[in-house]
Design a protein around this ligand. Sequence first.
Ligand code: ADP
Ligand code: ADP
Length: 216
Amino acid sequence: MTVIEVQNLRKAYGDTVAVRDVSFSVERGEIFGILGPNGAGKTTTVECVSGLRRGDGGTIRVLGRAPADTELRRLVGVQLQESQLPDKLSGREALELFSSFYPSPADWQALARDLDVPLATRYAKMSGGQKQRLSIALALVGNPEIAILDELTTGLDPQARRHTWGLIEAVRDRGVTILLVTHFMEEAERLCDRLAVIDHGAVVALDTPAGLIAGT
Ligand code: ADP
Ligand code: ADP
């Protein structure tokens, strides 16, 4: 069953065409990757899928709805590259606050345990990896059907990156469909069931990791 459908998406910022022509669909239960170099249009694409930006052309359906549909806010969890929290909030306060936004939130204490989020530490004092894991926990605290994760391991050391990969696989194993943005081929190869390679705002390949490697 298709849960995300993007057809001929286009988005420009003034004269900069960030997304020229992007189409892909994501099936329930898979980890679908969007791989490409910096500036390729990955973040713009997932911001349009998340309903945070409106495309200039094309169509997007998420669980059969338009991205701006308010019902999707509890069905789709989003962790974006630039999400920032108030420096003073502790891990506990952030998780409590976010879970109060949802009618049937996940058990945030279990999430914090699974993701190794420091509850007593203020956001300003957290390491890069701790901030990253907290933002993943916040994306999952509403018990979403779909999680959108943008560059979740950027800035992490190799060990923390591998640890995070294991966590993402555990999320998928709980039945959450994952749309994952990355510019690391190794990460895409390890995690993704299928992926779209984006360059200069267009999809240049769409296959399984093994198929992509065989085709190059
Ligand atoms: P990626 O996530 O692959 O790095 P982005 O979607 O962030 O790509 O960016 C695609 C292009 O759009 C880049 O040239 C970038 O500079 C430009 N861009 C992204 N966001 C904005 C914005 N808010 N205003 C103007 N240009 C932007
Ligand atoms: P908006 O969606 O209203 O453009 P943003 O916070 O994304 O809000 O961007 C504010 C402004 O900053 C943009 O209009 C753009 O001029 C500039 N900008 C933001 N991100 C980028 C980027 N990646 N590349 C170039 N310009 C950017």
